[in-house]
Ligand binder design. Structure first.
Ligand code: M6R
Length: 640
């Protein structure tokens, strides 16, 4: 049986947005402040910390100190636009809310930006998720004479609250009635002119937490927003609401019953969220990889019992294990595809991998003695969460491999293995990818050890291999970083499209390479199995389509890759190879080669990852792209 671990006090360094929606809606970040200080400082700073979660518009509202007038400022575009507007206003309120948005429901316009207000500008609301029945609610409200100015579902909330506050005698009664009318998954924070010392925080499925300060309280969709201000956190239970003043918090269920409050202590150093001397978070995170991989391995080794307990896999379960099922999205899915080789080769277990975004629409064949592993940096990706729920609905245990211990996935699954990578802020995943590979490698060995397939000595050797691959990753970047920026990035930023090729573990790695380039440089790239080139894609090979080929250390696979390289050269293609030391035949064929130190064969992707990411980074930088916040993307895709 998998055991669900329960931790009352976390000691961690990273907070994840705890947002979840089962419907399409805005994926956003929300924050709120009530206390004795001017709220704009906290609200804007909190939003800055969460901006990477969504950044196509932003908004701020507060009650002015004098008269408690409602001041609401919104801006299209990145948070800086909002900051400029707010700084131009004399904002002096002690109660405020803010929002950054990644729109999926109504265009990213100023009118659709949150906060939204009621008819008489008496209250303002910021919201994550979606109100599923907003259309019918809106029709009723319009019939009653309410006026709407946006296309969002959130505006409906403002008007429903307006109605309920007029109807009910108490605030809690108004919220109880309000939530009984709402369908969907949502978290929202509201402030009201009539209650100038109060915030309302409401949570259903979309996470929301409250930071308890000294004569001040903070509300946010992710506790990262108030890291450094307080370490006392109340994660609101599902289907609950809170009435928050600077002195007190009252927590209720959706029926209006008072709830006990479980306050957790989470120590987060705000410094872990700084990019220091680095121009971009992505660069910082690329460079951090050797350190975090080694730290992760040491953590697993030195905390063997705790790690094993958290995995939630009993010896019986290991003995009976017949298959492994890995699933995730994007980069995490690529890590799963690489991990598949580990479990099949090292544990002899048939292993499947699934794109979580497709999972629910495929037939599902429950495997009683299967190990189901969700892979997710954030632990919040809606598609992956829904796949978890589907598997759990069949009463099968699921484990999460994630970077965020406080994430929804950790809470909803039966065991977890942490990546220990520290906060990953850049939208393009880098260190989460390499720690995912490293932790899957470790897990496959650990299961092989528990099954008696390898010796403890071999286990220790595997741990050393991980550390050695981390060193090689570092050396590879060091070897090429100057020329990459000065020469290669200039040259390759001119390319219109790229083809990335690999075989075996190199094929999912090629997909990851292509994804990295696409998402930050906007240059089209396709990751492809090298052996499939001749079955069609070779038609694209020309001088204007550089082909990036990732080598392999297995002699048979290597020779096949050499043949693929020759196919490219025979068509006058421009060939870039990532090869290992001594692979001269391949290196000689290449127009450009990046030579990397040798590692344990299954860890090739780990060793090459840093340079592959640096390649994409340098091209994107040369093109002047907004690397940490690429267009149209958000860090945690918390909507389907
Ligand atoms: O947080 P997750 O690992 O679940 O996120 C999954 C994908 O959305 C994510 O890996 C995405 O593909 C990244 N932007 C890739 O760099």
């Amino acid at each position: 049986m998998l055991m669900r671990g329960f931790q009352k006090t976390f000691s961690i360094v990273f907070g994840g947005t705890l947002l979840l929606s089962t419907f399409s809606g805005d994926a956003c970040s929300i924050v709120g402040y009530v206390g004795g200080k001017y709220c704009k400082e906290f609200v804007l700073k909190g939003l800055s910390r969460l901006e990477y979660r969504g950044y196509d518009s932003a908004g701020f509202a507060c009650l002015t100190q004098q008269n408690h007038d409602l001041l609401c400022i919104r801006a299209e575009g990145k948070l800086d636009q909002l900051k400029k507007k707010v700084l131009n206003e004399a904002v002096d309120g002690f109660v405020g809310i803010g929002h950054t948005r990644w729109a999926t429901h109504g265009a990213a316009t100023e009118a659709n930006a949150h906060p939204h207000v009621d008819c008489h500008n008496t209250l303002a609301i910021v919201h994550n998720g979606i109100i599923e029945n907003f259309f019918s609610l809106k029709e009723q409200l319009v019939a009653q004479g309410h006026q709407f100015v946006s296309q969002t579902d959130t505006e409906v909330l403002a008007h429903v609250l307006e109605v309920e506050l007029q109807k009910q005698l108490t605030l809690d009664a108004a919220i109880v009635d309000m939530v009984s009318k709402l369908k969907g998954a949502y978290a929202f924070i509201a402030l009201m002119r009539d209650k100038p010392d109060t915030l309302i925080a409401v949570r259903k499925s979309s996470p929301l937490c409250i930071g308890l300060g000294n004569h001040e309280n903070f509300v946010a969709s992710d506790f990262l927003a108030f890291a450094g201000k307080t370490n006392k956190i109340l994660f609101m239970p599902d289907e609950s609401f809170a009435v928050v003043t600077k002195q007190a918090i009252a927590l209720y269920d959706f029926k209006g019953n008072l709830l006990a409050q479980e306050i957790k202590t989470i120590d987060v150093s705000p410094a872990t969220y700084e990019k220091f001397e680095h121009e971009h978070y992505m660069l910082k995170e690329i460079y951090e990889q050797p350190k975090v991989i080694k730290k992760m391995v040491d953590y697993y080794v030195n905390n063997e019992q705790e790690v094993w307990k958290n995995l939630g896999i009993s010896p019986d379960q290991i003995a009976q294990l017949q298959s492994v099922h890995l699933f995730g999205c994007g980069t995490s899915w690529h890590a799963a595809r690489i991990g598949q080789f580990f479990f099949e080769i090292l544990c002899g277990l048939p292993t499947s991998t699934s794109l979580a975004s497709e999972f629910r629409y495929m037939p599902f064949f429950p495997k009683k003695n299967g190990l189901y592993v969700a892979i997710s940096q954030s632990g919040e990706t809606a598609d992956t969460l829904e796949a978890i729920r589907l598997i759990k609905a069949h009463e099968l245990p699921v484990m999460t491999l994630t970077n965020v211990v406080s994430s929804t996935m950790v809470r909803e699954t039966d065991g977890h293995l942490l990546l220990k990578a520290g906060p990953e802020i850049a939208v393009a995943s880098t260190k989460a990818f390499t720690t995912q590979i490293a932790s899957l490698y470790w897990l496959a060995h650990r299961i092989a050890l528990a099954k008696g397939l390898i010796t403890p000595e071999r286990m220790a050797q595997a741990e050393q291999e991980l550390k050695q691959a981390a060193d090689v990753l570092e050396e590879a970047i060091e070897r090429y970083k100057v020329d990459m920026v000065k020469t290669y990035a200039k040259k390759y930023s001119q390319a219109k499209r790229f083809m990335y090729l690999g075989r075996h573990v190199g094929y999912p790695f090629a997909m990851e390479g292509a994804l990295k380039l696409k998402e930050i440089s906007y240059i089209f790239a396709q990751g492809y199995p090298a052996g499939e080139l001749k079955h069609g894609s070779i038609a694209l090979v020309d001088l204007e389509t550089p082909v990036v080929l990732f080598s392999h250390l297995d002699p048979v696979i290597y020779q096949k890759l050499v043949a693929n390289a020759q196919e490219v050269k025979a068509r006058k293609g421009h060939l870039i190879v990532f090869a290992f030391e001594g692979q001269d035949e391949l290196i000689k064929l290449a127009d450009q080669s990046f030579i990397i130190g040798r590692v344990a064969p299954l860890l090739e992707p780990l060793a090459m990852a840093g340079l592959m990411q640096f390649f994409a980074y340098s091209i994107a930088k040369e093109l002047g792209c907004d690397i940490d916040k690429p267009r149209n993307l958000a860090k945690a895709v918390t909507v389907e």
